[in-house]
Structure formats: structure tokens, C-alpha cells
Write a protein that binds this ligand. Sequence first.
Ligand SMILES: *[C@@H]1O[C@H](CO)[C@@H](O)[C@H](O)[C@H]1NC(C)=O
Ligand SMILES: *[C@@H]1O[C@H](CO)[C@@H](O)[C@H](O)[C@H]1NC(C)=O
Ligand SMILES: *[C@@H]1O[C@H](CO)[C@@H](O)[C@H](O)[C@H]1NC(C)=O
Ligand SMILES: *[C@@H]1O[C@H](CO)[C@@H](O)[C@H](O)[C@H]1NC(C)=O
Ligand SMILES: *[C@@H]1O[C@H](CO)[C@@H](O)[C@H](O)[C@H]1NC(C)=O
Ligand SMILES: *[C@@H]1O[C@H](CO)[C@@H](O)[C@H](O)[C@H]1NC(C)=O
Ligand SMILES: *[C@@H]1O[C@H](CO)[C@@H](O)[C@H](O)[C@H]1NC(C)=O
Length: 793
Amino acid sequence: MLISYGLSLLSLLCLVLCSDANGARFAKYSFNRWELLEYRAQVKELFYFAHDSYLTKGYPFDEVRPLSCVPKGRNFDDIEDTITNDVLGNFSATLIDSLTTIAIFNDKQKFQEMIELVRISFRNKFDLDSTIQVFETTIRIVGGLISSHLYATDPSKCVYLGSEYDGFLLQFARDMADRLLPAYLTSTGLPLPRINLRHGLRNLTADLVAENNVAAMGGPMFEFTILSYLTGDEKYAAVTRYAMNKTWSLRSELDLLPMSFNPANGQCYSHFTGIGASIDSFYEYALKGAILFDDAHLYEIWRDSYTALVNNCKADWFYVNAQSNTGQLSAPWIDSLGAFFPGLQVLAGDLEDAVFKNMMSLKLWNTFGGIPERWQFQSATTLQQPVGSAEASKNFTVEHQKLNVPLEWYPLRPEFIESTYFLYRATKDPFYLNIGIEILESFKTRFKFACGFGGIQDVVTGEVQDRMETFVLSETLKYLYLLFDEDNELHHTRDNMIFSTEAHPMWLKPDVILQYSQNKRFDDELYLRHLERHRAEDARLAARRNKGFFGRKRLAGLAKSFFADEELRTDMNDSQETQPDEPPICPSVSTSTYPWSYSPTLSYFDRLFEIDYRFSDTLIRPASMANRDPIETRKGFYDQWADSRHASCRVPSTTESFELILDVPGRSSPVRLANGTIKCKTLSGRWKFRVEKLQPGKTDVYGNRITTTPFQTADCNNIFRPDQHFDPRTPTLLYQVTALNGLALPHNATVVFDRNNILNNPEHRRTLYELFGCNPQSQLLLDSAPIINLYLS
Ligand SMILES: *[C@@H]1O[C@H](CO)[C@@H](O)[C@H](O)[C@H]1NC(C)=O
Ligand SMILES: *[C@@H]1O[C@H](CO)[C@@H](O)[C@H](O)[C@H]1NC(C)=O
Ligand SMILES: *[C@@H]1O[C@H](CO)[C@@H](O)[C@H](O)[C@H]1NC(C)=O
Ligand SMILES: *[C@@H]1O[C@H](CO)[C@@H](O)[C@H](O)[C@H]1NC(C)=O
Ligand SMILES: *[C@@H]1O[C@H](CO)[C@@H](O)[C@H](O)[C@H]1NC(C)=O
Ligand SMILES: *[C@@H]1O[C@H](CO)[C@@H](O)[C@H](O)[C@H]1NC(C)=O
Ligand SMILES: *[C@@H]1O[C@H](CO)[C@@H](O)[C@H](O)[C@H]1NC(C)=O
């Protein structure tokens, strides 16, 4: 009572204050309190516009079509239409998935109305003859119901319902979970991708269950474990966690996880891996599960998988796809789902890299007005420019642009705004609010249609999409609202609140945790036997494995792999080398009107425009985007927040880089930079050096013009192979290490191997001499040229 009284007083106060806010206090791009409240209100208004339209034109079906204003439901005629049917189970998906956005608005009346609608819609719970995807149904439906239940039962929340609520949402969640759980009764313990809600495993054709991905095999562990805490029934956690463990056990020796498996036998379909579709939530739930359940083993999974990603897939502006068995680049594109990763990096504490990776999403948005499902960072084969009509020439341009976006749609996915929200919470840099304003504007204009929000079917042609997936209301608009909602209770709570992968807030109170640890039970024979059988089998296999040789056998070898995004520079027209090293765009503006406060990203990040330059051949604006300013240089925003005394652009590099992988038997130790030096005790383990070729006249990755000076002093004589004689006076090339195992080295940093340790180990000694060489200054040599910052000491 007291709480709700206090709140209504507050909102009354706010109402009074806001009413005169519009004129004097609202100043675009100032981001003062009144401005933020205004943006927040606009997001809420947009949400209710689409939500009302779903209720009147879509409900009880799963979605409403934003352009044609008719319901979009399951495709009952074609059971093989999995794109539709995996997520639309004829269970009013939009209604359930958007409940927690309303809870976050603190709109108690609406929240109560909507959960009552859920109650009367599902009198028979989820007894539906629908074959759906287990993972999607878990995150949208089970997750939506659990999180709503948490809101309804937590007295510290504004939408707390107290005795008016009987806990039925949790019963519904459990009913759904019970229908999904039989998918785990396989001979591997890995779940089948799909199941029928009424008939279980009975209706599934072979091609519907032949392939599952690692996000879907590991992910449900998160929602199901919370369900165990809330119901006291351990089976949900145990069965799904076993599958998470098993999934992780399928990783390669490099700790990289292939994405796609046959759940019936654990065979992998390809070695392809990365951070996007099919694997995203695996990383996400390893870390989020570790935090929410205080689980050290899940943290190990996160730590080891992230380290492997950094070692093998990290490029400056994104994570590339790699082969899980070799760590080599496997496809020159990134996908839109990977845009969530910076948000996860913020949660893990790696803010610096998160800033870089989110910048890529920003530039994609600048170019395409959305994030294409797949964008190619290496230019596709060049087409022959046609001679002739203007129309043919226009067709050619479109064809050419399409090649760079192999999957061309943007269905209003949340990942970019999600990461932007996390970065704003961590930095409070208004740069991120400005991104939010751009997205808000797009929702008010480009994406808004008669009955909701429609995404883009083709970012090149601008064709629109007559579909509003449930995540638009559940995630995209929720994160956008929270970005502008400084006061939200979520930002001040002392609970260990974690967003699910569908943006449903989850938390566990200490009394719930205590009760579960004391009273949990596992009384379902079927699942108990299933787990016991698998554990016995695992133990038998482990024993057999131990009888053979133990440990990893690896070859010492040096693999040179071209580093894709740097490699783009090699086809640069040479005549550019002689042009002055001017940055491509670096707007200059007059002194800011707020001299005491600048956006750090806008003012002190000297690589803000590097992506535009480096990927200029594949970030090609479609005609519909031709006249839009980049988000970061919108005039009002730039004038307000850029510190023109500092704002500068690093001169883009014109050198070529490649990667060296050195694989030596034994365990490696993590690399750490101290006082500009990385000290390496031994050669054991896997080393991945990014190496830059230094040639006179080029500009290195730190923006420095390479003069001829270092070449005159460099000594290329190999002291270990005196038979190889090089003329020390005329080297044409030097090398420089710019990153080691994913850690970017600052300018002038050195990498030092321990001379005594290495020379005392005959195998390491030989490896070093055979693969490299060493000059009298103790610099290692590569193809007879010194690597100027790689030493023995
Ligand atoms: C799908 O849901 C609608 C609305 O609840 C209902 O009328 C219809 O019978 C359902 N169809 C099937 C095949 O379950
Ligand atoms: C599933 O199987 C049951 C009988 O086992 C049948 O009545 C039902 O129509 C089937 N459903 C689908 C979608 O094939
Ligand atoms: C998962 O693996 C961890 C670490 O080996 C172990 O402690 C835990 O019991 C496993 N969980 C299940 C359900 O197998
Ligand atoms: C250009 O594209 C349009 C639409 O695809 C097509 O109808 C037309 O024939 C094309 N024109 C030329 C000259 O290729
Ligand atoms: C290089 O660029 C210059 C100026 O843009 C142009 O004249 C020349 O033809 C180009 N050379 C090649 C090989 O593309
Ligand atoms: C770094 O250098 C400073 C000053 O030279 C020294 O005091 C400090 O101990 C060094 N730190 C490490 C980790 O070597
Ligand atoms: C790197 O070393 C050069 C030459 O010693 C020096 O001029 C330059 O300032 C140094 N750069 C940094 C970033 O320390």
C-alpha cells in the first residue's frame, strides 16, 4: 500500500513537472532529464500502438501483419514450413512474449488485464497439435511466463499483484516445459530441435529432427533451471544442464564449438563456428547462467569459449567465422545476430572490445538503415560493368550491392539496440543515446505501418516486410525504452537481475535459492533413469579413453593465414600511396556549447571513421539511404558533444597484415601486457601472432608513416644458420607484431620469449630455429626479415 501510494505521488509530481517541460526544458540532443522522459514516452506510445493493433487485429493468433492488418498464424497447410511454424505454435505468441515489456513500463492495470487474457485463452493449457521448435518456445513462451510470474509475485515491483494472483503463470510455464522436455529423451541426451505439444515425439518426420544447433541444445538450461528453483522440481535443471554439459563436450581441441549436430548420434555436420546465428545464445547463457546461478562450471565454459573466440576469431571490428578444428577463417561475412555480442562483453567486463564491435553495427545501420541478416566484409567477385543503357547500369549497381548482402532482410531484430543499451549503462556516453534516437526515429517513420511495425525485406531495394515478429515488442522496443529510462527500477535493484536472451528479466531471491537447496526433489522416474543411464555410459567411455594415450598431440608448425579484413588493403590502387595521408571524413565543427562535457567516443576515439574507409568497397549505400547523414555526425548532436580541440582521426593503415599460428605441444599460458611488454616463459601452446609488413612509404596500423630509417639499421643475419647469408644493408621489408592471441598491442610494445627456458628445451630450440631464425640483436626472423618487436631475452 505504502509503496503504491509513494509511487502515485511520484508520478503525479512528474506529471506536474512534465507538463511545462516541452518548450523550455526540451532541447534536442541535450539529453537532459526532460528530453529523456520525452523519448521514453514516445517509445511507450509506439509499443501500445502496435500492441493494441495486435489485440484488435491479430489476437488470438500469434502475430498481426503490420501492412495488411490481418493475423499471421501457423501454416497449418504445410507442416514443413518451419520458418513460420517453429515459432508460431498457435499460442498467441505476441501476447505472451510482450507481457514483461508492460511490466517494465510499471503499467499495473494493463499487466493485470493481459495476464487475465492469458488465463482465459489457455483453459486447456498448451494442449495444442503444434510441432514447434523447443528452443524458440522456451525463450519466448516459457521465459515470458516465468518472468511475468516473478513480476507478479515480487512485492518490490510496481506490478506486484499480491493476493490477486494465484500463481497460474508458473503453472502454465511448467505445463509448457513438461511438453518440451521429452525432446531430451534421446540416446545422446542432446535435445531434438522440435516436438509436438500434444503428441510429443510421435508426429516428427525424420527431416524435422535430423539437425540441431548448439544454441538450441545448450540454451534452454537457463529458463529450465529457473523453473526448477521456482517449482522445487530438479528435473528441469538436471535434464537440460546435462545437455549443456554434453554440448560443450563436443568442442574441438581449440575449444571452438561446431554449430550443427545430429542430436541422435552427436555427429557434427560441419566445423563451421562463430558468434552469430546457431551459437549466439550458447555463449550468452554460459555467462548469464554463471551469474544468476552462481555456477563456477558455467563460468569456465564461458571463459574457455571466449578465450578461444578471442584467439581464433577476433578481428578489429567483428568476430569472423572460423573452422572449429583449425581456427582458420571459414566465411567472409558476419551475421546480424552477432550484434548482441558487445552487450555480452559488457556483462563480462570487456568494455574496450565491446565499443569496437558495436561500432561495426553502427556503420551497418548507417549504410543500410538496418542490420542486414548477413553482410560480406570482403568484396564478392567483381562483376563486369555493362556498357549501354542507364537502366542496365542501374540494374548492375543493384546487383553489385546485393552481392555484399547475401541475406538481405532486417526484421527489426533487437541485437544492435540491446548492445547499445548495455554500452550506455556502462559508459553513460551520450553517443549511445544518439543511436537510440536514430532507431526511435526509424520506428516513428520508416518502420511504422497501419497495424504495427514492419522490417525491411531487402535492404538494397528498400522493399518492406509485412511481418512483426514477437521480439519487436518483447525486445527491441523494451531495450529502447530502457535506454531512455534512467529511473527504471531495474537500474537500481539489488537483485541479481539478468535479461534472458529474449529480454525477459530474471532474478532469484535469496529465500528462493535457500529453499531450493533444502527442499528440491527429483521424483520423475523416467527422467531420473534417463540421466542415470547417460552418466553410467559417460563413465564407461571416460575409463576406456584413459587407457589409451592421454593428452593432446600436436604438431609444431607455422601456418600463415591471411587476415581477411586487413587483406582488403592489398588490392588497393598503388597510386593512393602517394596521396597525402588524409583521413576520409573527419568533420570539423565549432567549439561545443557544453565545454565541460563531451562524448568520449565522439571526441577521443581516433578510429571512429576507420570502418567507413576500410570497408568502403562493401559498405555501399543503397539509393534509398543516399541522403542520410551518418548517425555520429548529425549536426545537432555533433555540435553539442564533440570536443573539437581533440577530435581527430587516425590515419588509416595501408600496410598488409597476416596471421602466424605457432602450435607447439603443451599448455599455453595466458598473455598479459605489462609495461608495454608481453613476457612469454616458454614456447608451449598455441600462439597466434598478427603480423604487419612494414615497407617504406606505407602507413602502419598505428597511423605512422613508415620512413626508411629502421631499414638502415636492421640486421637480417641469422645467427643460428650462418650458411644463410643476407646483406644487412639492403632489407626491403620488416615485420612487426600487432596482436598476440587476440590482444591488440599498443604502439612500441614488444613480445619477449625467455631465452634460457627456450634454449634449454631442445624441442623448443629446434622449433624456433627451423621456423624462424634470429639475428644478433635477438630479434626473430621471418623469411629472413626481422620481426622488430619479437625478441629472445
Ligand atoms: C488455432 O487457434 C485458434 C484461436 O485460438 C483456434 O480457433 C483454432 O482452432 C486453432 N487451430 C488449431 C488447428 O489448433
Ligand atoms: C499427430 O499424430 C496424431 C495421431 O498420432 C494425429 O491425430 C495428428 O493429426 C497428427 N498431427 C499432425 C500435425 O500431423
Ligand atoms: C555438468 O558438469 C559439471 C562439471 O563437470 C558437473 O559438476 C555437473 O554435475 C554436470 N551437470 C550435469 C547435470 O550433468
Ligand atoms: C532491369 O531490371 C528489371 C527488373 O528486374 C528488368 O525488368 C529489366 O529487364 C532489367 N533491364 C536490363 C536492361 O537488364
Ligand atoms: C589507379 O587510380 C588512378 C586514379 O584514381 C587511375 O587513374 C588508375 O587508372 C588506377 N589504376 C588501376 C590499376 O586501377
Ligand atoms: C612497470 O614499470 C614501473 C616503472 O618502471 C615499475 O615500477 C613497475 O614495477 C613495472 N610493472 C611491472 C608489472 O613490471
Ligand atoms: C614509439 O617509439 C618512437 C621511437 O622511439 C617514439 O618516437 C614514439 O613516440 C613512441 N610511440 C609511443 C606511442 O610510445
